[in-house]
Design a protein around this ligand. Structure first.
Ligand code: GUN
Length: 287
């Protein structure tokens, strides 16, 4: 029997409906409209699409979206100044600087400038450290979205063998950390595979939950997946034939019990969790 499809689109819609009510309440009871500042430097086409989608998503749920689109040659010190002014701006609860940045700008320097309490991406080292010790305020958006997909699809995470393919700071490392925590929706046994892993299939074939963020189209094939596994595909590859993930979907869906599609799987969850973090940042300000 082919796998059940985990629809991120549907879960995202459900969660965004819940957010509308929370935001109404924040406005009514505290006079606060959550505000998200999004900074885009340069004209990377994929980044432009992401930023546009973030703005639309904010507007639909009632978050105030403040966009700063800057030219590709914008100087680093001016960008730092902008972030410092957003740090001081009371209407801004969350700040997101779209990555990647142009080569002349240090990503680390920029990310370190964002106040941790406005870091809705969860990329500041204080927030990375808090996640590590189970004290996170803001989980990074894509991994947080993956965890929600697992929970809301009824997947048993506690005690599961989770194998993550990919060790990026944005997906691989944080999702491993999240699912490793001693908490609900976690408590898994986690292995991370990467480009230097010896005999990758020997690891992936053990996985009850296989999370693939390899950055390579169809990197995971059916013979690498255990029968009945839950497969989460984080890849977004633009090929001439259209969008495809890092998993060979057509073949793997015959082996897996559940699988996320591309598009319509993890993608819609990333922006959803950004909205969630922005609402949380606004709420934390009240306290
Ligand atoms: N570029 C790709 N993914 C992300 C993300 O989650 N946040 C930011 N800021 N940039 C990205």
């Amino acid at each position: 029997m082919p796998a059940e499809i985990i629809s991120g689109k549907q879960v995202a819609e459900e969660m965004r409906e819940e957010f509308k009510e929370e935001i109404e309440k924040l406005k009514k009871e505290h006079g606060i409209t959550p505000g998200l500042a999004v900074v885009l430097v340069g004209e990377d086409p994929a980044s432009q699409v992401y930023v546009k989608n973030k703005k639309i998503a904010c507007e639909k749920v009632g978050i105030n979206s403040i966009e700063h689109r800057l030219p590709a040659d914008y100087p680093e010190d001016k960008l730092i100044e902008l972030i410092e002014s957003l740090n001081k701006d009371d209407k801004v609860h969350g700040i997101l600087v779209q990555l990647p940045l142009p080569k002349h700008i240090s990503e680390v320097k920029v990310l370190y400038t964002i106040l941790p309490e406005k870091d809705v991406d969860g990329f500041h080292p204080v927030n990375v450290g808090k996640l590590m010790i189970g004290e996170a305020d803001f989980l990074p958006c894509t991994p947080a979205g993956i965890q929600q997909l697992l929970i809301r699809s009824g997947t048993k995470i506690e005690g599961a063998e989770v194998v993550v393919v990919g060790r990026s700071n944005i997906v691989g490392k944080p999702i491993a950390n999240i699912l490793l925590q001693k908490s609900d929706g976690a408590n898994a046994t986690v292995t991370i595979c990467h480009t230097r892993t010896k005999d990758m299939p020997s690891h992936t074939k053990r996985a009850d939950i296989l999370i693939v963020a390899a950055g390579k189209p169809k990197a995971v094939t059916a013979n690498m997946v255990k029968k009945g596994a839950v497969v989460i595909d984080v890849g977004v590859n633009r090929l001439e034939s259209g969008l495809c993930g890092d998993v060979d979907f057509e073949a793997v869906k015959e082996v897996a019990a559940k699988i996320t599609p591309v598009p319509g799987g993890v993608g819609p969850m990333t922006i959803t969790m950004l909205l969630k973090n922005t609402i949380k940042a606004a709420k934390l300000r009240i306290n």
